[in-house]
Unconditional design. Structure first.
Length: 126
């Protein structure tokens, strides 16, 4: 059984090459892109669960926060380890197409590192 310290539970990767081993084994993360460039990948010890509160918070954040920032939450489901699922995305008011594209390119690279068969997204917009 893998035992992680508190620091490892919330590990941050800023380079895909040097962080490849952590990305390969960790199931849950948040890709953070600012101004069209990868800022960090924040690895989480638990999956992102979407609730009405998180949707309302995301809408508030997008409406009130300036800047070019996108956070893309992904999970690798335990029952389907060969898949990555996009669970949630939160953007600031001024998020550019370049930032959205970069987040998806990083997600694609994480899927390649993990050897995933497919990327999944259950899209909804309230």
């Amino acid at each position: 059984m893998l035992c992680l310290s508190m620091a490892q539970m919330f590990e941050t990767v800023s380079d895909l090459q040097t962080g490849a081993e952590a990305l390969r084994w960790r199931r849950y993360g948040v890709i953070e892109v600012r101004h069209g460039e990868l800022a960090a990948i924040h690895l989480r010890p638990w999956p992102k669960l979407v609730s009405i509160f998180s949707v309302l918070w995301g809408q508030w954040y997008h409406k009130h926060m300036p800047g070019d920032c996108l956070r893309l939450y992904y999970n690798q489901p335990i029952r389907y380890p060969n898949f990555l699922a996009v669970k949630f995305a939160v953007s600031a008011r001024g998020t550019s197409w370049a930032s959205a594209r970069q987040a998806l390119e990083v997600l694609d690279e994480i899927a390649r590192i993990k050897g995933s068969d497919a990327l999944l997204c259950d899209a909804a917009n309230f």
